[in-house]
Design a protein around this ligand. Sequence first.
Ligand code: A3P
Length: 328
Amino acid sequence: MEKKKDVNCSSADAEKDDLQELLHTLEQHKSWDSRPLVRYERIWLPVMLFRPILTSQKHFKAEGTDIILTTMPKSGTTWLKALTFSIANRNVFSIHQSPLLSYNPHTLVPFLEYTIYRDQDNPELENIPRPRIFSTHMPFKILPDSIRESECRIIYICRNPLDQFVSHYHFMLQNKIEKDAIPLELDEVFDMFCQGIQPFGPFWDHMLGYWNAHLKNPQKVLFLKYEDLKQDISSHIKKIAEFIGFPFSAEEENQGMIEQISRLCSFENLKNLEVNKSGYFIGSIKNSSFFRKGEVGDWVNHLTPAMAERVKNLTETKFQGSGLVFKM
Ligand code: A3P
């Protein structure tokens, strides 16, 4: 038994050494908050997530009933987590006893890279009640193979680039992790954004990866836009429920279940819960920083018309011929 443990330890150590070696061969760049990004498979990843991402790629075994929520940061991840958790567990917890009232959505739906594989190579995931719901910011092309190959479902939510950029910039200012680090100015950060240099960027490649996967297999990948959910949440709650195989019965609809879930997960409700006004996610990120304004079009208050024009032109060029468009 001891021997087996030794063998396991040394293979895990060897794996870590290999990753460390690989990391040193890759291009790095300072991120918006001065922390390093590394360019892996043409994607800018936070260095601190490099090992967890590669480890989860190797070890995570998706099951057919799993639901994987995928997003670019600041695109509606928290909202999608709250919604999917509530829809999938509506027969387990009544709305008035929802765990969302006492836990931040990121606690209930953990990230593969920030939480589950953060410190472990082989976390215990067997005892999680089914359907298991996980999330990740990984682009489609670097997802663990088992997510792409199993019957599990992927729900992607994205957001127009101008609001995503502004949201991310504020999030970074709120969560300045290294006390002495001087965050970059908005102009400088904006320039990096346009060059694709941001965590999990380039922005456009992230979206196109999931968009193309959705076009290829819409039963496998549901593609949502933050702006559409803001416009009509009820029809999207129904859509998510059908997609994950938990459609609402006529009785549930008549009883107002969709409206109750919509209210529970609304920005105003979640933002004002004690758990989201205080407390931290992964030790250093304020729960409150996941709830800023929750609006479409806030970018007009922060970006110049010239900046917006630059992003609009870039977006048109990048998405040309893809069929993907945004309301900004
Ligand atoms: P703003 O910074 O524009 O306000 P993520 O969850 O991917 O980190 O994205 C955070 C963004 O989603 C923030 O946008 C946040 O305010 C908004 N948000 C969080 N919860 C929301 C909810 N329940 N409904 C709508 N928007 C929400």
